[in-house]
Ligand binder design. Sequence first.
Ligand code: SF4
Length: 606
Amino acid sequence: MAITKTDFINYMRCPRYVALENIDSKKLYDLISLEAYIDREKQELLKELLSDINDLEEVSDAQLEVMLPYYKKIELLAGHLASKYFEGTFKFSEQTLNQECFTFVRRKLRYLCYVDIYNELDNYFNIIEVKATTSKKYLELTFIDEGVKKSIFTKNDKGIYYLLEDDDITYLSNKSYVKARAKLLDKYSLVGRYVYDLAIQRYIIENDLRQNGMDDKIRKSGYYLAVLNHDYVFQGLYDKDTPIYDIDMNKEEIIRYFDMKKITKEAMKIVHADALKIENYLIDKNVEPCPLGIYCEVKKTTKCKYIPVCWKHIPKHNSVFSYIDNHLGFMVDSFKKTTYDLINENYLKMTDVPNRYLTRKKNKIQKEVVLNHQPYINKKRIKEIIKHIKYPIYYLDFETFPCPLPRFKKEKCYSQSVFQYSLHVETEEGKCDKNLDHYEYLAPDNNDHREELIKSLIKHIDLTKGTIIVYNMAFEKGRLKELATIFPKYRKELMQMHDMIFDLLDVLKGNQKLYSKLNLNSDSIPFNYYHEDMNGSFSIKKILPLFSELSYDNLGVHNGVEALVTYANFGNMDSEEYKQKYQELLDYCAQDTWSMVEILWALKKI
Ligand code: SF4
């Protein structure tokens, strides 16, 4: 067994990880079997895909496997397109066995990696690492140059993105440029984790070349990230049923390449220090608890698997992590402390934190609620907001499939493709029957049913009056806007719906923009409702049990990720399973809208 890239990322987390893993370092000299390598890396790919799809929700690996073919397809697209941007020959494959492999041994430990795309030229090569993320993250690393906002990346005449400083190093004296660029070297940031990943490969490759006397190649070789182009619009062309990702109407290709040679060179120091740490951890094998930190990655798809062991002393409910905005830190005697600092100083429960550390009003309210076991309710404000809701009320919810590769005409990478809606209609106050006043649409298969869905939705909403209630409106508004752009024929109706939307979350969480729209005094109270069982979250799954007996536990589909995976799996089911899963999806989405009915009714009673 060798240390692969995935192992490297895990082993460097902290001294305790390798001890808990009980790794026999003597075995880390042997070459890893291909099956074991593929298995380990696959788990990471799945997590990587999920991190671009959704916030972390608990789903099984088996459910996530449905996404794997898309990842493989991105790798192949990046490999085929690379010849438009780079010269020389290319080695890439869906099969890891056929990819270029590098390995080196130090202190009787073997490091090993396979590369996604190996581009060989006369006396050097380029390494191109493919990531199922989008170019948006990189191009949105911006700074201010003479009053103008710019990306730190620009495009060369071949279409490859590179850092502006390569043209003019004066950018390195611009503080905002340096700040944005620093994110590339932060392995725990969204953009930095992929750079770090590529830098580990570079480290293994360079050590391999050095040990084989090929130092001349080290200086010349290039390192690139290939990611999905977030501006690319699919033209809707297919070869039989397979989408053809040709150049789009704006002359954009589906993949963008970013030159990371300079930044990964800088990262070599960080990777080398991490490698030495790992080597020492493997000798020490210290299983004693160590301070918790960002490296535990608790709220990310990349979270450490030993969280149940190391975090078991932290309460599941109302811990310091339940403080809203805790990521901004806490001020302690004019010094900023992170939530990890507090945890490592044994402030575990919300109520452990001294009042003087709580500078945010919302955190003070949270602590009061937990101490007194009494919910905080701003009845006056709730009443003032609710009276602006007009009948009939349409409770609406969409389910979507954010496919990494666009499937249907005019979609982009990770477009939230709507495949289902649920609608409950309350014609007048208190008059809404769970079954009789319910309308829904669910695509029967993975083909393009967007227009049918739009038509069905328009049929059930009177656009001349009433309110459309959603929970967390940015999502539904965004989908209606996208559909209006893709289907101009229905633009008027879809935008009318968009303008009728009212966010139930605003009643609970408060919203200053809404207050000024409704001519309500804007007050400094951060929210209108808080209950200790919310555990710092306003998600509908947390709110529902406070107002209703309804539960998601007894449903076949429990959350949004399970919903999209069930839909994506339609084609792999036999007819019996399909019938059952189809019904489970209908039940899940119907519960989302009926939950809003029950929450609003309960709020009115309050
Ligand atoms: S949970 Fe945190 S402290 Fe424990 S092994 Fe993982 S990274 Fe280390």
